[in-house]
Design a protein around this ligand. Structure first.
Ligand code: NAP
Ligand code: 3JM
Length: 340
């Protein structure tokens, strides 16, 4: 089998470390793995397949030639600067940041939903991985959409702190420990307010229309991935004191009636989805159970009794896995199998 020279950029972060783990778990055909991070990580070694790989400082290289695929998760400004440099050296970049997602020449891919879009990597040498909350929602909606077009989506999210990086995880631990010990609450650094025992309706920055950037990512990315500019999408994104796993309450209006029973049938037979929907047995998707898994979990499937053709769903997935690293590695698998 053909093997590939792979880079992980942002290798020391929450997403980067998960990418390395997922490459190993899924047995991606890696010939050689190179790891990149900032000056702060000079000399750090990270294990991969029983070997210790030393992290390189991004920007110190004269060229990136010889690499085939680079998985980026070092933030949008590094992606804006370095993705074109890697691409110019013939490396296909799979970027996890918001930097390139809405560029018309960059495909935005969820392999279960629009795998064909990968072909457009040739335009700029960059493929964008969608936002974590968008990924799990479009996976859950795809089998329903294929049965009946979705006219409108109303979504509220309950997003884990790990979505905001390694330091955010440490902030929730420190605040929780302080509260339990009856000590003074450490001042928030990553989040705008205390996150322990609290929910913050504020992810990423506020925009002029009063929505947050995270909310508008869900609106715009959903239309691009579903290839339907006319779907109405409105979102409220909330950070909750959960370590791993994003949950979403999703309400949809469809053109044709989908009964709850039909929705369960469509969702159950779709790859990458697990239906957990037995409320009488207290069974529904939970963030603590989705953590560490690659599937998207759907439950609480109900017909919306306030309209003729509507459904309510509860959708949960591991934000660092399907929401980031696993989706990026699946894109790399499509590249490896079909294009490179
Ligand atoms: P994180 O834990 O804070 O890690 C950030 C990573 O970027 C670290 O490896 C860090 O290296 C590296 N980095 C920061 N500044 C750098 C620089 N100047 N040069 C080189 N490397 C630099 O954050 P994370 O949660 O892993 O997220 C990283 C990015 O991935 C986010 O900013 C976001 O764009 C994207 N992301 C996407 C999703 C998604 O939904 N698809 C989810 C989460 C995150 P050091 O350790 O050396 O500082
Ligand atoms: C920067 O949970 C989250 O905060 C979302 C993940 C994230 C992103 C993203 O993927 O959109 C965290 C930090 C970004 C970004 O804009 O690239």
């Amino acid at each position: 089998m053909k093997e590939f020279n792979v880079a992980v950029v942002g290798a020391t972060g929450a997403v980067g470390r998960m990418m390395i783990k997922v490459l190993e778990e899924r047995n991606f055909p890696v010939k050689n793995l190179r790891l990149f991070a900032s000056e702060r990580s000079r000399g750090v070694k990270i294990p991969f397949r029983g070997e210790e790989i030393e992290v390189e400082v991004l920007g110190e290289q004269e060229s990136y030639q010889g690499l085939d695929i680079a998985l980026f998760s070092a933030g949008a400004s590094r992606s804006l600067e370095f993705a074109p440099k890697f691409a110019a050296d013939g490396v296909v970049v799979v970027d996890n940041s918001s930097a390139w997602r809405m560029d018309p020449e960059v495909p935005l891919v969820v392999p279960e939903v629009n795998p064909h879009a990968v072909a457009d990597y040739k335009k700029k040498g960059i493929i964008a991985n969608p936002n974590c909350s968008t990924i799990q929602m479009v996976v859950a909606l795809k089998p329903l959409y294929d049965y009946s077009r979705i006219k409108r989506i109303v979504v509220s999210t309950y997003q884990a702190v790990s979505g905001a990086g390694q330091k955010a995880i440490e902030e929730l631990i420190a605040q929780t420990k302080a509260w339990c010990a009856g000590e003074e609450m450490p001042a928030p650094k990553v989040f705008p307010h205390q996150i322990a025992f609290n929910c913050l309706p504020h992810i990423d920055v506020f925009l002029e229309n009063g929505y947050t950037k995270e909310e508008m990512k869900m609106v715009n990315e959903t239309k691009k991935i579903m290839e339907d500019e006319d779907i109405g999408v409105t979102a409220t994104t909330v950070r909750v004191p959960v370590f791993y796993g994003h949950a979403e309450a999703v309400n949809i209006e469809t053109e044709k009636k989908i009964t709850a029973e039909k929705a369960r049938e469509l969702l159950s037979s779709f790859p990458g989805i697990v239906v957990i929907d037995a409320p009488e047995e207290k069974k529904y998707p939970l963030q603590i159970e989705a953590a560490g898994r690659d599937e998207v979990f759907v439950g609480r499937i109900r017909e919306d009794e306030s309209i003729d053709c509507g459904l309510n769903l509860w959708v949960v997935a591991d934000n660092l896995r399907k929401g980031a690293a696993t989706n990026a590695v699946q894109i790399a698998e499509l590249l490896a199998e079909k294009y490179l």
